[in-house]
Design a protein around this ligand. Structure first.
Ligand code: NAD
Length: 258
């Protein structure tokens, strides 16, 4: 795809829930470029959906992984170690906050809601990277995680997820610094709003889509395929000189002052 050849590369893609998932768009880009895929699904409820998608890309593995459970992460590392021996591409498209913590006042966020959102949406990047490290270090690797502008701006209703994204982006910089000598690159892709399962949990999301399209220089919202293309750049040799970066795929929205 676009002259990018990822054949012989092994890509672990975490965070596919259904065909709307940004991780699924990235998985499709990677597959078109020839990468071998493993998709992880979080729990029985999503497994059949992820399996239905996986069969459209022959040879794709589907494994269970709930990032709040270290043993499930280790089981993925073990299986991929046995089956592949190395991972060259890792996609982290995972986020979660309780519905009640994405409504009402941010100032009243309870401790358990804060901890849950930061654990699943930010700490998981550090923990998964660490547990996959022997496989990532084998041939060097590129990692991409998905962020949002609420990491650095106040966004109505984004509440605790904004805190999680701020931690996520700083973790990207710290990991890039630490893992660079092992030839592991890590970047965040900050996407504009796209209608997905997770996005629908944000109160007023439809209004957000409308306002975003009005204000963005390109006068539209982005597509998930555009996220897939930008990720392919960061995850392939085209992005070989880029690490610790946050790349905005938001139709230019973030540059605007008002
Ligand atoms: P999505 O609902 O399709 O994906 C979220 C994924 O997180 C799901 O696959 C879900 O199973 C997974 N997940 C939640 N808890 C988990 C756990 N404990 N263990 C393992 N996996 C778990 O929605 P999406 O919009 O594609 O979200 C992917 C990423 O993109 C998220 O980090 C999200 O914050 C980010 N993002 C989304 C938008 C948007 O507008 N859709 C914009 C910017 C950033």
């Amino acid at each position: 795809m676009y002259g990018i050849d990822l054949s012989g590369k092994h890509a672990l893609v975490m965070g596919v829930a259904n065909h709307r998932s940004l991780s699924w768009a990235i998985a499709q880009s990677l597959a078109k470029a020839g990468a071998r895929l493993c998709l992880t699904s979080a729990g029985e409820r999503l497994r059949s959906m992820v399996e239905e998608l996986a069969v459209t890309i022959p040879g794709t593995l589907v494994l269970d992984c709930d990032v709040t459970k270290d043993d499930t992460i280790d089981a993925v590392a073990k299986r991929l170690g046995d089956e592949w021996g190395s991972i060259e591409v890792l996609v982290h498209g995972i986020a979660f906050a309780r519905k009640e913590d994405l409504e009402g006042e941010f100032v009243a966020t309870p401790r358990e809601g804060f901890q849950m959102a930061l654990d699943v949406s930010a700490y998981s990047l550090i923990n998964v990277t660490n547990r996959m490290r022997p496989l990532l270090e084998k041939n060097g690797a590129a990692i991409v995680t998905l962020s949002y502008l609420a990491a650095e701006r106040a966004v109505p209703s984004y509440n605790v997820m904004g805190s999680a994204k701020a931690v996520l982006e700083q973790s990207v910089r710290q990991l890039a610094y630490e893992l660079g000598p092992k030839n592991i690159r890590i970047n965040a892709l900050s996407a504009g709003p796209v209608s997905t399962l997770a996005a629908r949990g944000i109160h007023g999301f439809t209004d957000m889509l409308k306002k975003h399209a009005e204000k963005a220089p390109l006068k539209r919202n982005i597509t998930k395929e555009e996220v897939g293309k930008a990720a392919l750049f960061l995850l392939s040799d085209l992005g070989s000189g880029v690490t610790g970066e946050v790349l905005y795929v938001d139709a230019g929205y973030h540059i605007m002052g008002w």
